[in-house]
Design a protein around this ligand. Structure first.
Ligand SMILES: Nc1ncnc2c1ncn2[C@@H]1O[C@H](COP(=O)(O)OP(=O)(O)OP(=O)(O)O)[C@@H](O)[C@H]1O
Length: 726
């Protein structure tokens, strides 16, 4: 038997070309068995820089690139790529493998020559020169283990795009370390983040000989090696990896993520970060960590939407052992609300949909006498629903006097007499609901919070730990409920949020709701999902708007980085909706026959509303494309091309995405905007921008934007136009 080690990079090669999987299975099983390798056609490429490098046959067109290390008794195969034939040979000739002499991390070094033309200038002499992105001397970078040529180039760089380009071919830990330094981390922090685990920090312990199987084994126990490589543990493990089970690829947390997951906190803790920075991964690991540490702990993992809660459950099942998984409760916040009220009162609740609620607000306004024209202009259903949810229900009790004094920062200003009239409308709204024996989600959440807060109900302190993903979408009543159901103490609340992705509620301030996270938060900035081309485009969608997080800090995209590269986003301005659908169908069909062919479920079309979902599905079905809708429980058929509303796309990711129907009427939704007052319009606009940002950041490798007529004004202008539809 031989030990097979895979570069995690391979996951991508295999995910995009399903047909390679059975052949990769044959190759890897043979390597693991280490018998009869003749069919693999192992070859040493001409001019190879490393005598251990080989290529092996995968298909007629594809070859694997691997290193053969050790000998019969203790054989290692390190598989680093599967590429088209000529490309594989070229690549194999360029690469070498080593254990980093400073920290012992396993590395594959690529020729740095194709890196951007940053001149090799004489070494800088001023270490803290702010004009440079990585404010250190090359010698200092080398002292933490950055390879010489990379260090010398990195210290000359002034622009983040150049640094990202340079990092593309660097070993994973080295590029992460350079980005950490560019983000203001000290050399000492970086040294300790990527150094050997405790007890193995002495210089003489560092393994340095990659040809020695003992030292290679030792290096593979190092978490920085495991960020980039995974050891195949047997047939079952290999089968799960080839099925695309991401847990089987042993996603290894970045040191920063690991600290966030593992450290004890003396109270609530908040993690912020842009799309794709690993907040969900961190939330999953945190929930599993807390449950594992204490088998008696009651852990709740929750989020806003139902389909994201389903995904969290699926992710947790892969990540945690069955016992830990069984002890973590996962549900969306409305489910918790329903459970708390149902258990305490036995009531069967008829809860209105948001769009039906509007009618009740209109009737309440009509029934309240003596409203001025100015009142009517401000008291739109949109204003009243959000005033009710954010301010009235944010208070612990339904009390007119408290409302008159209530904290309303960030909301449209109204004078005390208007507040009294709002109160009358709210009372009338509630009366109308009770006549019809129905309620709203916001009222039910407030009721659940009140139940949990009351001392005579056994709901308070039901949990020891609550972990929240997508916290930016929760309302004040949700937070009051969560605060009440979790016992105050160490590690009680762990909250992930991204203010740029707030597409449901309005911003809340946690400290005003009894949840103090100031001084206890961490920002994640490295994007693991999206290419830098897609990320740059998506962040431009947000330009022109300001966003604040749940502690009233301004949220910025300035530090978001990606080390992944891919094609620039494309746009297609269609003549009309039929032309746009034709283009969508052609693009999806073209993608499906690409070489290598992507798995259909790695492709998605995201649109603003349900009507467009139905129409796009119909167009794709007519063209014979296997296609499915994503509903609140996830995709109906998880193996087909997915079509979803942008709201449903929250928390998902796809290799290639078409974000369609991005027209001015729909983003922002024209009729909602026209019926809202000035202040509410600003909020609608902010959410619409966020929605487009969410949609664009679902694309891992390739993004296409389409529209007919006038495009949404949030679309950045400078993007390349795709080939016209035939
Ligand atoms: N340390 C890591 N190494 C490799 N991949 C990672 C790491 N952390 C996260 N990822 C991957 O990055 C992608 C995005 O992660 P995740 O969904 O957790 O981000 P997020 O911040 O919750 O994104 P969003 O807010 O956009 O939903 C996922 O494919 C995840 O597996």
């Amino acid at each position: 038997m031989a030990t097979v080690v895979l570069a995690k990079e391979l996951q991508k090669n295999l995910a995009v070309d399903g047909s390679l999987k059975p052949r990769a299975w044959d190759l890897l099983s043979k390597l693991m068995a280490d018998q009869d390798l003749t069919g693999l056609d192992l070859k040493i490429p001409k001019g190879a820089r490393d005598p251990r490098v080989r290529t092996a046959r995968v298909t007629d067109n594809h070859r694997a690139v691997l290193f053969a290390i050790g000998s019969d008794a203790d054989q290692y195969y390190l598989l680093v790529a599967i590429r088209p034939h000529d490309d594989a040979y070229r690549y194999a000739a360029q690469i070498t493998t080593q254990l980093n002499p400073t920290n012992g991390v396993l590395e594959v070094l690529r020729d740095l020559t194709p890196a951007p033309p940053v001149p090799l200038a004489p070494e800088r002499t001023v270490a803290d020169d702010r004009r440079f992105l990585v404010p250190f001397l090359a010698a200092e970078l080398k002292s933490v283990g950055i390879m010489s040529e990379l260090a010398e180039r990195a210290v000359q760089i002034r622009d983040v795009d150049e640094l990202l380009k340079l990092c593309e071919t660097a070993p994973r830990w080295q590029s992460n370390a350079l980005l950490d330094l560019a983000d203001g981390k000290s050399l000492e922090e970086v040294r300790s983040s990527y150094s050997r685990p405790e007890g193995k920090s002495a210089r003489q312990d560092v393994p340095t000989d990659a040809s020695n199987p003992d030292q290679l084994r030792d290096s593979l126990s190092h978490f920085s090696s495991r960020m980039e490589f995974v050891v195949v543990e047997g047939d079952e493990h290999l089968r799960r990896m080839l099925q695309g089970d991401f847990a089987a690829w042993r996603l290894f947390l970045h040191p920063e993520q690991r600290r966030v997951v593992e450290k004890d906190r003396n109270g609530p803790y908040r993690v912020t970060g842009g799309a794709g920075t690993g907040k969900t991964i961190v939330a999953l690991h945190r929930a599993a960590e807390l449950a594992k540490r204490n088998p008696a702990a009651r852990v709740l993992l929750t989020t806003f939407t139902k389909n994201l809660a389903h995904q969290l459950k699926a992710g947790l099942r892969h990540l945690a052992d069955p016992d830990t998984y069984a002890r973590i409760e996962v549900c969306n916040i409305d489910q918790l609300v329903r459970d708390v009220v149902g258990r305490a009162t036995g009531d069967r609740l008829a809860i209105l949909r948001e769009k039906d609620e509007r009618r009740y607000w209109e009737n309440a306004v009509a029934n309240v006498p003596d409203l001025s024209a100015k009142d009517r202009a401000v008291f739109t259903p949109y204003f009243l629903a959000s005033e009710h949810k954010q301010v009235v229900l944010g208070m612990a009790n339904h009390d007119k006097h408290k409302y008159l004094e209530a904290y309303r920062r960030g909301r449209v200003s109204i004078d005390p007499s208007q507040k009294l009239r709002v109160w009358r409308i709210v009372d009338e709204f509630r009366r109308l609901l009770s006549v019809d024996k129905c309620t709203t989600w916001a009222l039910t959440a407030a009721r659940a919070a009140a139940i949990a807060q009351s001392s005579d109900r056994p709901v308070a302190n039901t949990y020891d730990h609550v972990v929240v993903d997508e916290g930016q979408d929760l309302s004040p009543a949700h937070w009051r409920l969560l605060r009440a159901v979790v016992a105050s103490g160490p590690n009680d609340l762990f909250i992930c949020e991204d203010a740029h992705q707030r597409i449901y509620g309005e911003r809340v301030v946690l400290s005003k709701l009894g949840i103090e996270t100031r001084g206890r938060s961490q920002r994640l900035t490295l994007n693991y999902r999206t290419t830098k081309q897609v990320l740059k485009y998506a962040t431009q969608v947000l330009v022109g708007e300001t966003f604040q997080d749940m502690e009233e800090e301004e949220e910025s995209t300035r530090h978001y980085r990606s080390l992944l590269a891919g094609p620039d986003p494309k746009k297609y301005p269609a003549h009309d909706w039929d032309d746009e659908k034709r283009y969508i169908v052609q693009t999806v069909k073209r993608w499906l026959v690409d070489v290598p062919a992507p798995a259909p479920d790695s492709l998605a079309v995201l649109v603003p509303d349900g009507t467009a979902v139905v129409e796009v599905i119909r167009a794709l079905e007519r063209a014979g494309v296997p296609v499915t809708e994503v509903n609140e429980n996830g995709p109906l058929d998880p193996t087909s091309v997915q079509v979803a509303t942008m709201h449903r796309a929250k928390g998902t990711e796809f290799a290639r995405c078409i974000v369609a129907d991005v027209q001015s009427e729909k983003i922002p939704l024209r009729w909602t905007l026209e019926q809202a007052s000035g202040h509410d319009q600003a909020d609608i606009e902010r959410k619409a921008r966020s929605l487009l940002y969410v949609a664009c950041t679902r694309a891992r490798d390739q993004l296409v934007i389409t529209w007919a007529g006038e495009p949404s004004r949030y679309l950045p202008s400078e993007i390349q136009q795709g080939p016209p539809a035939k």
